[in-house]
Design a protein around this ligand. Structure first.
Ligand SMILES: NC(=O)c1ccc[n+]([C@@H]2O[C@H](COP(=O)([O-])OP(=O)(O)OC[C@H]3O[C@@H](n4cnc5c(N)ncnc54)[C@H](OP(=O)(O)O)[C@@H]3O)[C@@H](O)[C@H]2O)c1
Length: 294
């Protein structure tokens, strides 16, 4: 007998056709995440947005997670959510480690692998990043240029260098870099941010070439508009301006991007997703979107 819920989902005619063969509702989860059970995953920028959702989803899939960012209170809250997600996924004995660190501090990044409480990393998600302002070239503040390059590029490279040495030694591991559509397409008012994400794109591709004779994989996720704290940070805390960015649009959520990251990480070791460009349905390029009339 088909359950009512399953039958409703299938529709009447399919129900009639399948009714004879299906004796009970079956799980529609066709992509297994079993490969992630017991894996150790470091997520940078885990205190909000895409990073927090990604850490939570890995925990739900049975992985241990190491959370890195600057805001301790947020990290502690995400840690509690990861522990709950791990239990919800049906797993016990999860390990969630918090590392308070600034991606701009190279020395701090050099000690990260000693602070994982013994967890040997299987996956690094280089997610920490930010945009500041929409100023045009000529009036961009030096402090904004520095914080974007030091976080999005220099910090990412520093941490990757440390992790890739270990991955190469063990001939295993996956690195997932958060690029952006802004890393393949530039726009006015985005010169510095776009330059950082173009750098991430080039770095990721070069590294993939270098790792060709190893089992170490590298992927890049390139999202369009995702509603997180990203725009609030861009507009220096101006929530109204941030909200305006998504007016008339249903943007991606951090959880939407997390699903892609976790899917990429759960592919078999011989499968390397190189890059994954994703948009909300009403966006087709960096600055091209359709907004519902108010
Ligand atoms: N939202 C979008 O539309 C969008 C689109 C394409 C790509 N992306 C990329 O996705 C990534 C995540 O962004 P999001 O949308 O999730 O934004 P978010 O909610 O603002 O999250 C950014 C994360 O990065 C961390 N971070 C920023 N500067 C850091 C630093 N110096 N040291 C350590 N951690 C730092 C933040 O933590 P702390 O402040 O606690 O340190 C936070 O956890 C970024 O690389 C961003 O460029 C976002």
């Amino acid at each position: 007998m088909l359950t009512t819920r399953f039958a409703n989902r299938l529709g009447a005619s399919a129900t009639r056709r399948l009714g004879a063969t299906y004796t009970q509702a079956r799980s529609l989860n066709v992509f297994s995440s079993e490969r992630l059970v017991g894996k150790n995953v470091l997520v940078t920028g885990a205190s909000s947005g895409i990073g927090a959702s990604t850490a939570e989803l890995f925990a739900k899939a049975g992985s241990n997670v190491v959370l890195l960012a600057r805001r301790r209170a947020n990290l502690d809250a995400v840690k509690a959510k990861c522990e709950a997600a791990h239990a919800e996924g049906g797993y016990s004995g999860s390990k969630v480690v918090v590392i308070e660190a600034d991606m701009q501090d190279r020395k701090a990044l050099d000690t990260v692998l000693d602070k994982t409480e013994g967890l040997k990393l299987d996956v690094l998600v280089n997610n920490a990043g930010l945009v500041r302002g929409r100023e045009h070239v000529g009036v961009a503040a030096e402090a904004d240029i520095d914080v974007m390059f030091n976080t999005n590029v220099i910090g990412l490279i520093q941490l990757t260098q440390n992790v890739v040495r270990d991955f190469k030694k063990r001939n295993t591991g996956l690195i997932v870099n958060l690029g952006s559509v802004a890393g393949i397409e530039s726009y006015p008012g985005g010169s510095i941010y776009c330059a950082t994400k173009f750098a991430v794109h080039a770095f990721t591709d070069s590294l993939r070439h270098e790792l060709i004779d190893t089992n170490v994989r590298i992927a890049e996720i390139l999202p369009g508009m995702v509603e997180t704290e990203f725009s609030v940070v861009r507009y220096r805390g101006d929530q109204g301006r941030a909200d305006n960015e998504y007016k008339g649009i249903t943007p991606l959520t951090g959880a939407d991007v997390a699903e892609q990251i976790v899917w990429v990480a759960s592919r078999p070791e011989h499968v390397q997703v190189a890059n994954l460009l994703m948009f909300p349905s009403q966006q087709s390029a960096a600055t091209r979107n359709w907004r519902r009339p108010e």
